[in-house]
Design a binder for this molecule. Structure first.
Ligand code: BG6
Length: 501
């Protein structure tokens, strides 16, 4: 049940607020018929008043294709200016008191920090100094990623948060956890004996987690050049996918049980072998047939930047279930397509009963592909004998897609904002979890900053050849639409020249 509350967005005139937060928030209320339960207070350094911000909200909702938003914008949207760098948030506290009195709210408050990470500490301290870390009702603090820049800074930020807020009040956002297909990972694994009983070292040969993006960094150089692919994608989104695909069954479907199981998994990850690490940066190339600049020629990127936009890394999990099974995590910008998939490759049969026919009937590995986006769903690849006298094995697949079976998938932010309103922390990253994931990647960040080879790849390609030691995969790429290019699917026996740009 959603209780009446005040939703305060810091960074209320930013891109995230306009494109995601306002439309998601409004859709939740409209779908649940509770537009009278949530009052929005936008906060930013822009010189606006309530009416100006109502115009901003109307435009955001109109652009998102939302209907009937006028009454809510007219009556339930407010704005408070806080100058950049200001430490005194008492004007905000006064405005909140006035709005709550006017709408007879019980003092339930959400503070959503849609701000650059450098602004988090000042804002968290400011809220506390103004007495806004507690209220007559409940208070929830929502923090966007990236949470810290490495283990030390994440730990420091956790300590600061905990000196003003209790962990039960804190919602660290990773929007991948709100994607329907990511949430379905737990259902897929733990509601289906068929899959879960084979989800271990006895059956699985290797698991790939691939997140390819076709876009470059656009106008985000100010953030991205200081972050790079490890902080932007690997430490958070891909690590969450790893945790969900590899964790043990939680004792219950409660937030703490699920988060405990994820932390336990992350703590079992072995130190990453840097010889297996491939870093890349996109050069000029093509996207959809149109020439696009290389990373160093993007607006505001220094011409000699060594920020990686691609990574491929091998992860080993030292526990009973996964000992000896490599996980390959790979993500990059400016690839030929936007595609996120988890590919589970099963071991080949222990002996080949088709002796003497091997040349004609290659045995393929069974594969389960969990397709997170686009064409969400999954497929299972298996061998069949093609009809006729001779024994010819061909690979076929069974496919499930959400589009065939269900209506529209909810937007990730809509799911997450709904959970924040309900007070459900299951899909949010706990303090120890965020530190456990930074612990994995600190050595990778250090290597990237101290001369680890940075391979150039042409925009519009699948990235540089990977440096992994060869894996004995029975057959190369899975047929059909797949992220995996032939060259990348079968790791190179001879590592390519380690040339930077
Ligand atoms: C964001 C990153 O967190 O996730 C972006 O900052 C990236 O660089 C985006 O493009 C990818 O999200 P999605 O939902 O489009 O896969």
């Amino acid at each position: 049940m959603t209780e009446p509350h005040l939703f305060v967005i810091h960074g209320a005139t930013g891109d995230l607020s306009r494109r995601k937060l306002l439309p998601s928030m409004y859709r939740i209320m409209a779908e649940a018929g509770i537009t009278d339960q949530s009052i929005l207070l936008g906060v930013s350094s822009k010189d606006l008043d309530d009416d100006d911000y109502r115009d901003f909200a109307r435009k955001s909702l109109a652009d998102a294709g939302v209907d009937d938003y006028e009454p809510w914008c007219d009556e339930r949207v407010y704005f408070q200016r806080i100058e950049r760098g200001a430490e005194d948030l008492s004007p905000l506290a006064d405005k909140i008191a006035a709005i709550e009195a006017r709408h007879q709210l019980p003092g339930n408050r959400i503070f959503y920090l849609a701000l650059p990470p450098t602004a988090f500490p000042r804002m968290i301290t400011g809220l506390s100094d103004a007495g806004l870390n507690e209220s007559p009702g409940w208070t929830r603090l929502v923090i966007e990623k990236p949470f810290g820049r490495d283990l030390a800074s994440a730990h420091e930020l956790n300590e600061l948060v905990h000196s003003h807020f209790d962990e039960t009040q804190v919602y660290r956002i990773d929007h991948y956890l709100g994607k329907e297909t990511v949430r379905n990972l737990l259902a897929f694994r733990f509601a289906n004996m068929l899959f879960e009983s084979n989800w271990n070292r006895d059956r699985v040969d290797a698991i790939e987690i691939n997140v390819a993006e076709s876009l470059g960094i656009g106008s985000r150089a100010a953030y991205y050049d200081g972050a790079g692919v490890v902080r932007d994608m690997l430490q958070n989104h891909l690590t969450q996918l790893l945790a969900l695909v590899a964790m043990e069954a939680p004792n219950s479907f409660e937030a703490e049980a699920i988060r405990d199981a994820k932390v336990q998994l992350l703590e079992a990850v072995r130190d990453i072998d840097l010889d297996e690490l491939t870093l890349g940066q996109y050069g000029p190339g093509e996207a959809d047939g149109v020439p696009v600049p290389g990373y160093r020629d993007e607006p505001d990127v220094p011409g000699d930047s060594t920020t990686p936009t691609y990574i491929s890394v091998r992860i080993d999990v030292d526990n009973w279930r996964w000992e000896g099974v490599p996980f390959y995590l790979r993500t990059g910008k400016r690839m030929p397509a936007k595609s996120s998939q988890i590919v589970v490759r099963f071991r080949p049969p222990p002996i080949c009963v088709f002796h003497g026919k091997r040349d004609k009937c290659a045995q393929h590995q069974n594969v389960i592909r969990l397709i997170l986006q686009p064409n969400e769903g999954f497929d299972v690849h298996f061998d069949v004998k093609s009809p006729g006298d001779s024994l010819q094995l061909v690979e076929k697949k069974l496919r499930f897609t959400y589009a065939d079976e269900f209506d529209r998938l909810p937007d990730a932010y809509q799911t997450l904002i709904f959970d924040i309103m309900q007070g459900d922390q299951t899909l949010f990253v706990r303090a120890d979890e965020v530190e456990a994931s930074w612990r994995l990647f600190d050595p990778v960040i250090a290597a990237a900053g101290s001369g680890h080879p940075l391979d150039n790849y042409e925009a519009g390609t699948w990235g540089p050849p990977r440096r992994h030691t060869p894996i004995q995969w029975a057959e190369g790429p899975i047929r059909g639409e797949t992220l995996t290019s032939p060259q990348a699917a079968i790791p190179q026996t001879t590592p390519p020249d380690h040339e930077g740009r």
